[in-house]
Design a protein around this ligand. Structure first.
Ligand SMILES: Nc1ncnc2c1ncn2[C@@H]1O[C@H](COP(=O)(O)OP(=O)(O)OP(=O)(O)O)[C@@H](O)[C@H]1O
Length: 238
């Protein structure tokens, strides 16, 4: 393990941390137990591996961080912005501009081609579009190539692709336009070992080059060695 540790307090010359979480909890219903999450402060450009048994709330945590669920208690700041203090419209804009999310269920647009799905964030955000160099189409093709999606598949609807190919399309969509934060929920669950290693290499190389912060959720503890920090979510609530 490469010096795994709790993510440390932000230290980069007063710049806001990529991610700051304090006293966060959530309840799926009034009859459901509270999910209680650890405090996290992840500096810009660093990456964090999150693991824990099934049902401990890893996906819920990512949805809270992405501003898609309202916490019961606590605060979440992304790049210094209180995500829940934004209006719904501004929150959507913030997410589109600054966060690449890889959902466990991929959330691809079924009637769009593989290439069009990857380009989508550039249609939703002028910041992502400007950062997708030299053009969104060429940036998308470069990512598809790097993730070993054959050119013959690029113009096919995503529903016609294998599950492992769909997961790599979802990964490319999160990476395009170099968002400052990547939230990845089990992003390698459907990949064979070659494709898993290729994706982690690409993700962490891009993170290094672009100073991107990554929160990577996985059951596979063997992957933790690739990341600066790791934390575990504790017990499945009774
Ligand atoms: N949409 C939902 N409605 C009600 N309860 C939910 C919902 N999604 C998750 N839960 C509950 O919240 C708890 C945490 O679920 P979550 O999916 O966040 O865990 P997880 O650690 O990501 O699990 P896994 O590793 O199996 O993906 C579980 O008890 C689950 O039943």
């Amino acid at each position: 393990m490469n010096n795994p540790s709790e993510p440390r307090a932000n230290s980069s010359q007063g710049a806001p941390a990529a991610l700051e979480v304090e006293s966060l909890s959530f309840r799926w219903g009034s009859d459901q137990p509270a999910l209680v999450f650890p405090d996290v402060s992840l500096p810009r450009g660093e990456h964090l591996f999150l693991h824990g048994p099934s049902g401990t709330g890893k996906s819920t945590f990512l949805s809270l961080l992405a501003g898609m669920l309202p916490p019961a208690t606590g605060t979440i700041r992304l790049l210094g912005t209180g995500i829940r203090q934004l209006s719904a419209c501004k929150r959507d804009r913030f997410r589109a501009d600054h966060i690449g999310v890889i959902f466990q269920q991929f959330n691809l647009v079924p009637y769009l081609t593989a290439e069009a799905n990857v380009i989508l964030p550039c249609r939703l955000s002028s910041i992502r579009k400007a950062a997708a160099e030299p053009t969104p189409v060429l940036a998308a093709r470069r990512l598809l190539t790097a993730l070993a999606i054959p050119e013959s598949q690029w113009q096919r609807k995503v529903t016609q692709l294998s599950i492992g190919q769909q997961q790599r399309i979802a990964a490319a969509r999160a990476l395009i336009g170099a968002p400052e934060i990547i939230l990845a929920d089990e992003p390698t669950s459907a990949l064979d070992s070659d494709n898993r290693d290729r994706f982690i290499d690409l993700l962490l190389t891009m993170a290094e080059e672009r100073h991107t912060s990554v929160l990577f959720v996985s059951h596979d503890r063997a992957l933790a060695r690739h990341f600066h920090h790791q934390i575990a979510l504790g017990q499945v609530p009774a």
